[in-house]
Design a protein around this ligand. Structure first.
Ligand code: GDP
Length: 194
């Protein structure tokens, strides 16, 4: 599915820039620094690939990658601390249009840091996904950084948040890009979608 054949296609800034909806599409979303680039790189086995999405200027774009016969879409990390209001509004408009209008978008993986659990901004994107009727699945990242009761607490909080969202898969996926944990499982899930 992925290895050796994942390429950055384009950064999209407006609906008319979307590539043709001619194949299965999956999407990754999450707060800045959640570990999204690391996860996409671990999944595709290609270091540095998703860096493209983190470079200045690409942070308000919907970034498309071709991965075998599907599109992998990297949504910029939400929470633009210093962005002007107009920029944020333009981005939110594009995001809403994309999520509600993309027939081939099969699933969004919402990444959440295992140390912190679901936060208000994560719940905002979940609500938007509910409204857009896009199925989503939560992937906990950086599980190597938290253990025991602290991890359980964060998972419990995240599950409670998910229960409020009809578009959510109830099951959480636990991953660590650092330790390559949960990556084969996630890869298999993606293979099952496509
Ligand atoms: P992004 O902004 O969501 O794309 O986040 P990055 O993938 O760039 O990761 C942000 C920081 O978290 C970097 O310093 C990564 O090395 C670190 N990081 C990402 N994934 C993991 C992980 O699974 N375990 C640990 N310990 N650190 C991670």
């Amino acid at each position: 599915l992925f290895a050796g054949e994942t390429e950055f296609l384009k950064g999209v800034v407006a609906m008319n820039g979307l590539p043709p909806a001619d194949r299965v599409e999956i999407c990754f979303a999450g707060r800045s620094n959640v570990g999204k680039s690391s996860l996409i790189n671990a999944l595709t086995g290609r270091k540095g690939l998703a860096r493209a999405s983190n470079t200045p200027g690409r942070t308000q774009e919907i970034n498309f990658f071709t991965a075998g016969d599907i599109y992998v879409v990297d949504l910029p990390g939400y929470g633009f601390a210093n962005a002007p209001v107009a920029v944020v509004e333009k981005w939110q408009r594009l995001l809403k249009q994309y999520l509600s209008g993309r027939q081939t978008l099969r699933r969004v993986f919402v990444l959440i840091d295992a140390r912190h659990g679901a936060k208000a901004v994560d719940e905002e994107i979940m609500s938007l996904l509910d409204k857009s009727a896009v199925t989503f699945q939560v992937v906990m990242t950086k599980t190597d950084k938290v253990k025991g009761a602290a991890l359980e607490e964060s998972l419990t909080r995240t599950r409670a948040a998910l229960a409020k969202h009809p578009a959510a898969f109830p099951e959480l996926l636990l991953t660590s890009s650092e330790k390559a944990e949960g990556i084969p499982t996630l890869r298999a899930i993606i293979a099952g979608i496509s």
